[in-house]
Ligand binder design. Structure first.
Ligand SMILES: Cc1cc2nc3c(=O)[nH]c(=O)nc-3n(C[C@H](O)[C@H](O)[C@H](O)COP(=O)(O)OP(=O)(O)OC[C@H]3O[C@@H](n4cnc5c(N)ncnc54)[C@H](O)[C@@H]3O)c2cc1C
Length: 309
């Protein structure tokens, strides 16, 4: 294996977490390969919000600027390719890229994000990121005071309906038939002016790229401009195959060194937390990179810098 195929760190995933980690490790003079492949969760979003200096930036523009800022750091290589597998070897890890190329490294950083599983609801796919949102911090301001709907299929999501009244006082909670709403919760919703709609949704009615109404199973149309939903999320295939310990909500468990249950494999960003935003992921990428770099510098110093010998 040639030297260029031996890296200090392979970062898997080129969203805010991976890109920020590459920046920190590049500046710390580490040899880094960042690989990005697969689908991007926020691809359908028009703009990133809530990230100071980047408020309103389209996600692809964010990634372009980040990659441009990595260019001066000659230790950082970026490739648009998915990672198929990660195997432990005596000197660390062997990481196999889609296509069969392989790279050896001392540490792996997973920044693969999550996969949103969309409900089987006609119109949902087309409107996701345009009129259907998960996070009011990301999109609430742009749609303030509009007619909100919430896919409120659990008690937690009913609370979320109450929370959304901070952005609009016109909120309808669609409970999709199956949810028992206790009297006390009903009173709280009534007090806040949140209307409950127990009938099942047949489809979402678009007007161009935007939501016009929620059509119920009996054909009634409830005029709504925005729908908030929390689709089920799962880990990527690669992370599932690694068999890492997950918490009760399915996020990858990490310790204070941002290390997973597999020593030497670290993780940062959405795959580890419910607090999902670009700035939080970028910050976690910084932290993970700093932890990894600290460990590598100490290992090098204690071993008398073997790679320079
Ligand atoms: C519709 C929508 C709108 C959003 N809007 C905002 C907003 O306005 N403001 C905000 O702060 N946040 C927003 N978010 C959340 C934000 O996008 C995420 O919190 C953030 O992107 C997480 O960063 P990350 O680096 O952890 O993961 P991601 O950005 O998801 O990046 C993970 C990357 O890893 C890649 N990958 C996965 N598996 C592999 C593999 N095996 N090999 C190689 N690469 C792999 C994926 O293709 C992806 O590019 C939005 C999310 C969505 C879904």
């Amino acid at each position: 294996m040639t030297n260029s195929k031996r890296k200090d760190v392979v970062i898997i995933g080129g969203g805010p977490a991976g890109l920020n980690a590459a920046l920190v490790l590049g500046r710390a003079r580490k040899k880094v390969l960042l690989c990005d492949g697969g689908t991007r969760r926020n691809l359908m979003a028009e703009q990133i919000h809530g990230f100071v200096t980047r408020d309103g930036t389209p996600p692809m523009e964010f990634r372009r600027i980040a990659r441009e800022q990595l260019r001066p750091y000659e230790g950082v290589e970026v490739r648009d390719v998915g990672i198929s597998s990660v195997e432990r070897i005596a000197s660390g890890f062997r990481v196999v890229l889609a296509g069969g190329d392989a790279v050896e490294c001392r540490r792996v950083l997973l920044t693969t994000g999550l996969v949103d599983e969309r409900p089987d609801l006609p119109g949902y796919r087309e409107l996701w990121g345009k009129s259907i949102f998960a996070c009011p911090y990301c999109h609430g301001w742009e749609v303030r005071d509009r007619a909100f709907g919430v896919l409120a299929t659990s008690a937690m999501l009913l609370d979320f309906s109450l929370f959304l009244t901070g952005w609009s006082r016109d909120v309808v909670a669609f409970t999709q038939g199956g949810l028992e709403v206790p009297a006390e919760q009903r009173q709280r919703l009534e007090r806040a002016g949140v209307r409950l709609e127990p009938r099942r949704i047949r489809r979402l009615v678009p007007h161009g790229e935007h939501l016009e109404a929620v059509e119920l199973e009996d054909g009634t149309r409830v005029a709504r401009e925005v729908l908030f939903a929390h689709p089920h999320q799962r880990q990527t295939e690669l992370v599932q195959r690694l068999g890492l310990a997950l918490d009760e909500q399915g996020f990858v468990r990490i310790n204070e060194r941002m290390e997973t249950s597999a020593p030497g494999i670290h993780a940062a960003g959405d795959l580890t937390t419910r607090l999902q935003s670009a700035i939080v992921a970028a910050s976690a990428g910084f932290q993970a990179a700093a932890m990894i770099n600290h460990a590598l510098n100490m290992e090098n110093a204690d071993a008398g810098f073997p790679s320079e010998g």
